[in-house]
Design a protein. Structure first.
Length: 227
């Protein structure tokens, strides 16, 4: 069998992906949270995992250093998706990309007045497109993390960030005012690898698809049950 390299990030993506990998018969031989190794062997000797920054996953796959990977839609929108085949929404790491402001900030009125807002974000590309579509003029400020701080200390009027429960926003007296796009993690495959290694990749794709559909279905059931 042709060897396959899968690029993953630690934390949320790895935790949510492990059950899907398991359904495809792939279990890491070491825990990436405790191991210092960046290349992990798995229970399938033809499959190895590489552990990279979440935002670097598309780059490793684009250049073929990994055959496939799992990346959030947020990261894929910023990367642009060149050289990547994106066959499957895995329905994991779900959240929303949103505009947020300080609790007392009247965003709607600022938009109506055509105010020029300063917006801090890690997601420059997505933010630029969003405000351009709304016909709003914004000054974007690139940050690498802890965006919630920016409006609190006067760096920005608004932020564009990922929101799931909203707890981090609330803890910092911020409120979400606009949804930009729903986010979930996707399987990405190097376009050349898919052609050259289809025999190995296709069955894995099917196993991921079946496992994520099951997961999607059970999520729907629990959501309905909680209503
Ligand atoms: P790094 O820590 O390397 O800067 P990161 O903060 O983007 O990267 P994670 O926090 O592990 O890394 O996020 C990985 C991916 O998980 C994101 O790209 C996004 O798709 C998804 N994600 C981020 N925050 C949430 C959240 N609150 N709920 C659900 N999914 C999320
Ligand atoms: Mg993070």
């Amino acid at each position: 069998m042709i060897p396959i390299t899968i690029a993953l990030s630690k934390g949320r993506i790895f935790d949510d992906t492990a059950p899907l990998l398991k359904a495809a018969g792939i279990v890491a031989l070491e825990d990436p949270e405790t191991s210092r190794k960046l290349i992990l062997a798995t229970t399938r000797d033809t499959v190895r995992l590489i552990i990279v920054r979440a935002s670097d996953v598309p780059t490793y796959v684009q250049y073929g250093a990994a055959d496939m990977g799992i990346a959030g839609k947020d990261v894929l929108l910023e990367h642009g998706g060149a050289g990547l085949y994106q066959p499957l929404d895995l329905n994991i790491a779900r959240c929303r990309m949103m505009v947020a402001v300080r609790d007392e900030f009247d965003y709607d009125s600022a938009v109506r007045r055509g105010a020029r807002l300063r917006v801090a974000t890690k997601y420059l590309h997505t933010a630029r497109e969003h405000f351009a579509e709304k016909g709003m003029h914004v000054d974007l400020i690139k940050l690498y993390g802890s965006m919630e701080l920016a409006p609190l200390v006067g760096l920005a009027d608004a932020i564009v960030d990922l929101v799931s429960s909203g707890n981090t926003l609330r803890a910092n007296q911020l409120k979400a005012v606009e949804e930009i796009v729903p986010i979930s993690a996707r399987l990405v495959i190097n376009q050349a690898a898919l052609k050259l290694k289809r025999e190995t990749i296709q069955p894995m794709l099917e196993a991921f698809s079946a496992a994520s559909m099951q997961r999607g279905a059970s999520q729907e059931v629990t959501e309905v049950a909680h209503q």
